[in-house]
Design a protein around this ligand. Sequence first.
Ligand SMILES: NC(=O)c1ccc[n+]([C@@H]2O[C@H](COP(=O)([O-])OP(=O)(O)OC[C@H]3O[C@@H](n4cnc5c(N)ncnc54)[C@H](OP(=O)(O)O)[C@@H]3O)[C@@H](O)[C@H]2O)c1
Length: 330
Amino acid sequence: MTKYRALFVEEAEDKNYTQALVERSIDDLPKGEILIRVEYSSLNFKDALSAHGNKGVTRQFPHQPGIDAAGAVEQSDVDAFAPGDSVIVTGYDLGMNTAGGLGQYIRVPASWVIPCPTEMNAKQAMHFGTAGLTAQLCINKLEKMGLTPSQGKVLVTGASGGVGSIAVALLAHAGYEVVASTGKLEQTDYLQSIGAKSVIDRANLQEESKRPLGQADYAAAIDVAGGVTLANVLKSVKHSGSVAACGLVENPNYPGSVFPHILRNVNLLGVDSVEIPLEEKRTAWEQLAMVASLPALAALNQEIKLDDVVSALTSIVEGNATRHFLVDML
Ligand SMILES: NC(=O)c1ccc[n+]([C@@H]2O[C@H](COP(=O)([O-])OP(=O)(O)OC[C@H]3O[C@@H](n4cnc5c(N)ncnc54)[C@H](OP(=O)(O)O)[C@@H]3O)[C@@H](O)[C@H]2O)c1
């Protein structure tokens, strides 16, 4: 019986949640077609919510979180995968109510599994994780609406976070002029080092205003915040520009009006990285593999061990993290 180490979250009677590193058995894993030995994982806002008992993410405890995993197939019940294959799993139910990538083993349906592109290894894949996949999907959606670097500045909110920092790096590499919005102005040099042309204080975007439109500064934006920030971002995009909205760190609701849409032709584009078809994820992973050696990716990741995950997840939930966390699971 193979034993492995995992982050395990338990619910106490007083509804407090405890996070501990425990030894589990692969017999504890759910049924599934592919058993994967996880080599690397990465941390996301959703992992922090799951680990702190958010029932919107994880209904049942005890639970092994982790929405990201990259590693090698150990056993396969399907012809498409063989032991030793390098694979990536992100999203669907992984780490929500299915034991996730913050354990050294996962067992999942074959329909969740993507072959790791040959241009990148498991570690490079988790330099991106769901955060990088989401950033790439946001850029793809903006470009599908016609965005090109010549149209002007692109604003990224939550720029020091996982999605935000990778979006900054990918956009800059693609030739865009990136404006990074952050609550951590002391991280200005860092944000510029990964590709931001300029850095603004996120407080500027959090002031509620009754004005229907603001100054049209940006060709497009990627927003992880929602709330007043999203309403203000929509007001500051140029005619026919687009905003890719993927997050809710500030507020899932936003006090918006139709004016940016009907007076400036601004598009609000929704981005989901979790439930989209596997083929769409695969295409985005192939795009990410082409830039896997970008120096900014190593700079924006902080490599940690499983033993460090509990404190790292606390820093995420408190909004204090300044790097994307890559977790060495070996
Ligand atoms: N749609 C999808 O498929 C998908 C996929 C991945 C993530 N997401 C969502 O995207 C969001 C970001 O995820 P993440 O993993 O990048 O999180 P993260 O690493 O924790 O980064 C979030 C960043 O947002 C900023 N922030 C924190 N609290 C804030 C507040 N109250 N108001 C405004 N900004 C705040 C901070 O950056 P600064 O200090 O630099 O401002 C923080 O670093 C989350 O809501 C997550 O659920 C969605």
